[in-house]
Ligand binder design. Structure first.
Ligand SMILES: Nc1ncnc2c1ncn2[C@@H]1O[C@H](COP(=O)(O)OP(=O)(O)O)[C@@H](O)[C@H]1O
Ligand SMILES: [Mg+2]
Length: 304
């Protein structure tokens, strides 16, 4: 039996007659890896993540299969009926709306135990002291414990994402699938969210697959990148190989969307104002090519 954390086999997903969101995708991710999933808007990142999480069923072809820790999440277009236990081992973080706004932060995080406790207790919101302590510890891990009593709606986007990571810790997720968790964040918040993901990967051995709209973060945080284009895997290898020329070759006109460093669109950005930034150079468009007006990048982002 497979020892991979994630094994995706010949996965295809069509929407209607003309859209093939995933086209024969086969990938494996080993336990403990931190992998970036990149690709332009519409390339299939979210669809792939949702299939791995068992939230969406693939096309019916019998060869389509997703396994997590050797257990079948779905096969031949059918989501496994007994996937509840397996699901509790898979944490999912979305771009937005990860928390219940009207609930306090601690409650939002302690909810992570729901897969492991009797349903009635969860329904009544009866959590034990030790579960609450676990939630506080998880909040402390992501630097959010001081906000435990606050309503989720009062937190910034980056704080909410870190809380979602804390909830995955409480859930004791062994695989964390994060779908563009930093897409709507400013660079500083994005960095803190990525730092938190990297930390739980390193210290807890949690396997992380994170989809990213921008290659610079993949290079900085993830040793391996899987790149999608039109639902197909077009690259799977060391992130350091993703230089500008290679990305242009992979993506053609779409490459600007991925290469653009979001800091370039910040009017007051000073390259030297933040000394802690990774020494690794981020990908930038070479000086000899015409600069892309920041305006063009904003709608692409906002339309996500
Ligand atoms: N529920 C859906 N109904 C119809 N088409 C969809 C649906 N979800 C995704 N698609 C299409 O599938 C393709 C891949 O989408 P998606 O996985 O969201 O890409 P990404 O996350 O990389 O932006 C796109 O063409 C998108 O329009
Ligand atoms: Mg998406």
């Amino acid at each position: 039996m497979s020892e991979h954390a994630i094994a995706v086999d010949h996965l295809s997903k069509s929407f209607g007659r003309n859209t093939k969101a995933l086209d024969d995708v086969s990938i494996t991710v080993d336990s403990g890896e931190m992998v970036a999933l990149i690709g332009a808007s519409g390339s299939g990142k979210s669809t792939l993540i949702r299939h791995i999480a068992g939230l969406v069923a693939s096309d019916r072809e019998t060869c389509c299969k997703v396994q997590v820790f050797g257990e079948t999440v779905q096969s031949g277009g059918r989501i496994s009926g007994d996937a509840r236990q397996l699901r509790s081992r898979i944490g999912v973080i979305f771009q937005q709306f990860n928390l219940v706004n009207r609930l306090g932060l601690l409650t939002n995080v302690v909810i992570g135990v729901l897969g492991r406790i009797p349903t009635w207790r969860g329904t009544l919101g009866l959590f034990t002291k030790s579960e609450k302590r676990l939630a506080m510890e998880a909040l402390a891990r992501v630097g959010m414990d001081q906000y435990a009593g606050q309503r989720a709606s009062t937190l910034s986007g980056g704080q909410q994402q870190r809380a979602a990571i804390a909830r995955a810790l409480v859930q004791q997720a062994e695989v964390l699938l994060a779908d563009e968790p930093i897409a709507s964040l400013d660079p500083e918040s994005a960095r803190r969210v990525m730092d938190a993901l990297a930390e739980i990967n390193r210290e807890d051995g949690i396997t992380v697959v994170v989809s990213l709209h921008q290659v610079a973060y993949a290079k900085k945080y993830c040793p391996r990148t899987i790149a999608l284009r039109d639902g197909k895997v077009v690259f799977d290898g060391p992130s350091e190989r993703l230089n500008t020329e290679f990305l242009r070759e992979l993506y053609g006109a779409d490459s600007e969307e991925l290469i653009m460093d979001e800091t370039m669109s910040k009017p007051g950005y000073q390259p030297d104002s933040e000394p802690k930034v990774s020494p690794e150079p981020t990908i930038r468009i070479p000086a000899h090519t015409p600069a892309i007006p920041a305006k063009q990048t904003v709608p692409a982002y906002a339309a996500e």
